[in-house]
Design a binder for this molecule. Sequence first.
Ligand code: ZN
Length: 424
Amino acid sequence: MSQETLLRIECIRCGASAGQAPFHAGCPLCAERDEHANFRTVYDLERARPAFEPEAMAGREVDMWRYDALLPFAAGEAVSLGEGGTPLVAAPRLARRVGVRVLWIKDESRNPTWSFKDRSNAVGATHARALGSPALVVSSTGNAAAATAAYARRAGIPAIVLVAKSVDPIMSGFVQSYGAHVVMTETKPDRWVMMKHCVEAWDCYPTGNYQTPPVGLNPYMTDGYKTIGFEIWEQLGRRAPDWIFAPAGYTNGLAGIFQGFQELAAMGLAAVPHLGAAEIYGSLVRAIEEGSDVVQPARIDRPTVAISIGTSQNTYQAVAAIRGSGGTATQVADEEILSAQERMIESEGMFPETTSATGLAALIRELEAGRISRDAEVVIVMTSTGLKSLNVTAHLRPPVPMAHSVESFSEVLKATYGFNPEAE
Ligand SMILES: [Zn+2]
């Protein structure tokens, strides 16, 4: 059963209807032309609009299902752990440091498995349960894996999680702790081969991309990310900021935020903000610069601290969101990411996953290049917590020193941390 406001599913590129076909793999017509694209939901906005009036919203729970008039399932039928309703934290010191008028941090680490992926997986698990899928399946070494594992449990469905050999043992342990069937493959591409087999031969429900070239998420799950946009809009007093920056691997998050603001705009409730995509290897940057609709793979020429978006090839949905919002794509380097993470901690006491600091790194780059006004109001989406990438930054921290007496305690504070409690 799905919502009465949901009219149809259509291709984001050619507009063709998905009909009743399984829509995980994207549009078959566009794939034939080698212009791969995924599908989106289309809602009856006139019918949904009353649910977005302040009086209607006042009585709703503060979670993502308060916007269920524009989600494929009603709050009452959702597989939910209370995802969404995350704070939009003012960051005045950070704003001064980077030189922009107003800065907010949308803290998605407050979700049930501590990342924004809980929003899409709540919808995915609800959908999989409605379809009677035998299992959820995902290829991921991080946030998506944890969210899939948790929501599978909540739905009472098994989860299969494919990880690469390079997986962080903290993350594989985390995912296994939810009871997921975690399986390692020799190479990263092998994970998609196995995942495709799960979907096509066993009818498992994919909660992430498995297509080559990638197209991104299915339209129901993308809808989960629209609620990040709806919340920002409501938290700012029913208006849009000038810019929203976020990490962009396959750019599912920003694509959902874009669609959410497009729907708000069509209902006459907000403008569409400019979207800033932070990338590692530059495939999206190149497509935007060249004005191309087709994202070509970039060369993975180095490892990155932003593991969650360490992908060589972005998606058409990213191009559509950046171009459609008058936004930017920015390639950021490891030093910039680590420096941005440090600034978020130092200035505001917020600890992002390394990947989640890429949005700030991109904003800083764009401000310095003069491509964004210093008078702008900007939201950074902090997609997940720094606890997820502790191993990535372990070498940056000093070993924890031992104090054997009060005297040595004060020496240790001075020597290791430069803190002198006796100095005035
Ligand atoms: Zn199409």
